[in-house]
Design a protein around this ligand. Structure first.
Ligand SMILES: N[C@@H](CCC(=O)N[C@@H](CS)C(=O)NCC(=O)O)C(=O)O
Length: 341
């Protein structure tokens, strides 16, 4: 596999594109924040086949939306285009070429598809169609309105709420009944989401994208302190016979944590220098939860391309890994589910 080592650091997802003066990673807020809503006169009402998702199978934030779309039975309601799995110096691109890769895939489309709506070459063209003066980053996921031809929202945490709540009229009852943000659990979900986002979801990026020792040290220490806390929560849940993070049922907090944990041993442990511990050896309760979601809960395994995830990080971040060598391990990439543990 070849990599371009002459990438402009400010133009793609390289550490230097995101760090502040102290060398610490700072994520910029998403800029499109509209809502699909069934309120009267809403600009974006829920409609069958009106909305389209632009995603990547490699990106944890986009992965949240793919899981929610599958879990809620929305594959026939919300269409998708998939950006090519390698991020280059101009950002995400689309491709319709037949590509052969050396690693195993569940679904060939996860390598990337054409832009099914406009035939664009680059995701940035879509952002400029929505907002000609757009000056932010060109990130996935994007929730697109085919009718008004604009971006509804590009913030994954908000997109998954819309997917989970607003399309129940168009899906069979067994999917409509799945509620990943139930009112009674919302305070605890919000509390854990915040803690997990800041210290774990974004914590791995703060560790991996730091370009000074001090911010790296701080981020990696905080990350593992919070993994220890989450392990303790799962330990207590396990003692109560519960499989999930909150309230004995699957919630969006599980989805949001999963996308980071499933990448942890594969990618973050070595590529982002999060190597104080590994999930499979050091966090038995987190690992058991991970394996349960992956092997037993619809929507998780089918949207998780383990080999693709690993290879895309190691070959896209040329500042971190200039030669694009992908480590072989850990093997297996995920352990089987064992209900006796
Ligand atoms: N806050 C956004 C973050 C999305 C994000 O950072 N996506 C990354 C991929 S993992 C991206 O598209 N980066 C391209 C870039 O920054 O150039 C969300 O959660 O939706």
């Amino acid at each position: 596999m070849t990599t371009d080592t002459t990438v402009d650091p400010a133009s793609s997802l390289q550490p230097a594109a995101y760090t502040d003066k102290t060398g610490a990673f700072k994520r910029k807020p998403s800029q499109f924040r509209d809502w699909i809503s069934s309120e009267p006169n809403a600009k974006f009402p829920p409609e069958l086949n009106r909305y389209h998702l632009y995603v990547s199978y490699t990106c944890p934030w986009a992965h949240r939306t793919l899981i929610t779309r599958a879990l809620k039975g929305l594959t026939g309601v919300i269409s998708v285009s998939i950006v090519h799995w390698l991020l280059d110096d101009k950002g995400w691109k689309f491709t319709n070429s037949e590509e052969s890769v050396s690693f195993a895939l569940k679904n060939k489309d996860s390598l990337g598809t054409e832009d099914h709506l406009y035939g664009y070459d680059r995701l940035r063209q879509l952002y400029f169609k929505a907002e000609p003066e757009y000056a932010g980053r060109f990130t996935v996921p994007v929730l697109w309105d085919k009718k008004l031809q604009t971006i509804v929202n590009n913030e994954s945490s908000e997109i998954i709420r819309m997917l989970s709540n607003e399309f129940n009229a168009f899906i069979p009852k067994q999917f409509a009944e799945i509620n990943i943000y139930p009112v009674s659990l919302q305070p605890r979900i919000n509390e854990l989401n915040e803690l997990i986002y800041e210290n774990i979801n974004n914590g791995v990026y703060k560790s991996g994208f730091a370009i000074q020792q001090d911010p790296y040290d701080e981020a990696v220490t905080t990350l593992f302190e919070h993994l220890d806390k989450v392990e303790e929560i799962f330990k207590q849940n396990h003692n109560k016979g519960e499989h999930f993070l909150i309230g004995g049922q699957l919630t969006e907090a599980d989805i949001r944590l999963y996308v980071t944990i499933v990448r942890f041993d594969l990618v973050y442990h070595q590529h982002f220098k999060c190597n104080l511990k590994m999930i499979r050896y050091d966090y038995p309760h987190i690992d058991q939860w991970l394996r349960y979601l992956y092997w037993k809960v619809p929507g998780f395994e089918e949207t998780t391309e383990l080999e693709l995830i690993k290879t895309s990080y190691t070959t896209s971040h040329t500042q971190i890994n200039p030669y694009g060598i992908t480590p072989k391990g850990p093997l297996p990439l995920i352990l089987p589910y064992d209900s006796s543990l």
